[in-house]
Write a protein that binds this ligand. Structure first.
Ligand SMILES: Nc1ncnc2c1ncn2[C@@H]1O[C@H](COP(=O)(O)OP(=O)(O)OP(=O)(O)O)[C@@H](O)[C@H]1O
Ligand SMILES: [Mg+2]
Length: 270
């Protein structure tokens, strides 16, 4: 099979393989592309929770981004867990230095089991300095609440939060509805010109470990292959939905989804 595009992933490692860098590599690969990585932290976790987090020094994160991208230029970049102010600043610097384009930011803040993955000062820096430098941000509802300082209880609230994020400098926003209580899940894509609502039936399962990481790396892959951002979101959501539907029931807690459930990008569109 011919490799469709090259994607750089900047994110944390999940030893259990369901989320983080591992989910990203699996998603990019399943969608027919080539994954490169810059690891920001190492977590020891399983489906029941996070045992420990070891941050990688920011200089080492920059080394991974810069040395890799200098040699193999990525078509798009997915950014996940950035745990500190210094790491965020280094990543911004490296992106600028290497002139990296087509960047998707998943502003990871809390793991599904409740462990906090970023400190408060870093959240502020992410909000002020990073979201205006990427092409798309993909917060879930709790993350969108923290970034916008509003409560989100409905689709209308999601739309309002997305508008606030645009006002804060985001170019495109996808707010993920996985945390809303209804039985129809809605993800909303918004930019200054258009709004799109993607609706799916909520699948009744606790095995949704890594849905967010998987979605943002799938979006980055489609986007790197030349699809529009809106189309990339639509296709990424479909990929995640199929992956939840065919989940393997591993582990005693929030189990992983099925990354192998890919539908290949058939047409030559780049
Ligand atoms: N039970 C479910 N059934 C169907 N789709 C779901 C379900 N849970 C999440 N999704 C979808 O998965 C995608 C990721 O959304 P979610 O809100 O779970 O992200 P997240 O909270 O960032 O995930 P993570 O906990 O992995 O960080 C969205 O497209 C959402 O609609
Ligand atoms: Mg998430």
């Amino acid at each position: 099979m011919r490799i469709k595009s090259k994607i750089l992933i900047i994110a944390g490692s999940d030893s259990s393989g369901g989320a983080g860098i591992q989910a990203d590599i699996k998603s990019v690969t399943s969608l027919g592309s080539y994954a490169m990585t810059a690891i920001t932290a190492i977590t020891a976790q399983n489906t029941t929770g996070v045992k420990s987090i070891t941050p990688i020094p920011s200089k080492e994160i920059s080394n991974q981004i810069e040395f890799t991208s200098k040699d193999i230029k990525p078509h798009s970049v997915k950014i996940g867990m950035l745990h500190s102010t210094q790491v965020i600043k280094s990543v911004i610097k490296s992106i600028k230095k290497l002139k990296l384009k087509k960047i998707i930011l998943d502003p990871v803040m809390v793991a599904k089991g409740g462990a906090k993955l970023i400190d408060d000062k870093a959240i502020l820096v992410l909000k002020k300095k990073l979201i205006n430098k990427v092409d798309l941000i993909t917060p879930n509802i709790p993350e969108a609440e923290i970034l916008t300082e509003i409560k989100i209880k409905s689709v209308l609230d999601m739309k309002n939060a997305a508008k606030i994020l645009l006002d804060l400098g985001a170019k495109n926003v996808l707010i993920k509805g996985g945390h809303l209580g209804s039985n129809r899940l809605k993800d909303i894509f918004v930019n200054k010109k258009e709004t799109a609502l993607f609706t799916n039936k909520k699948i009744k399962t606790k095995n949704t470990h890594g849905t967010g990481c998987t979605l943002s790396s799938a979006i980055a892959t489609y986007y790197g292959c030349g699809k529009t951002l809106k189309k990339s979101c639509e296709l990424g959501i479909r990929y995640v939905n199929n992956a939840i539907k065919t989940r393997p029931k591993f582990g005693k807690g929030n189990g992983p989804i099925n990354h192998l459930n890919s539908f290949i990008i058939e047409k030559k569109f780049r």
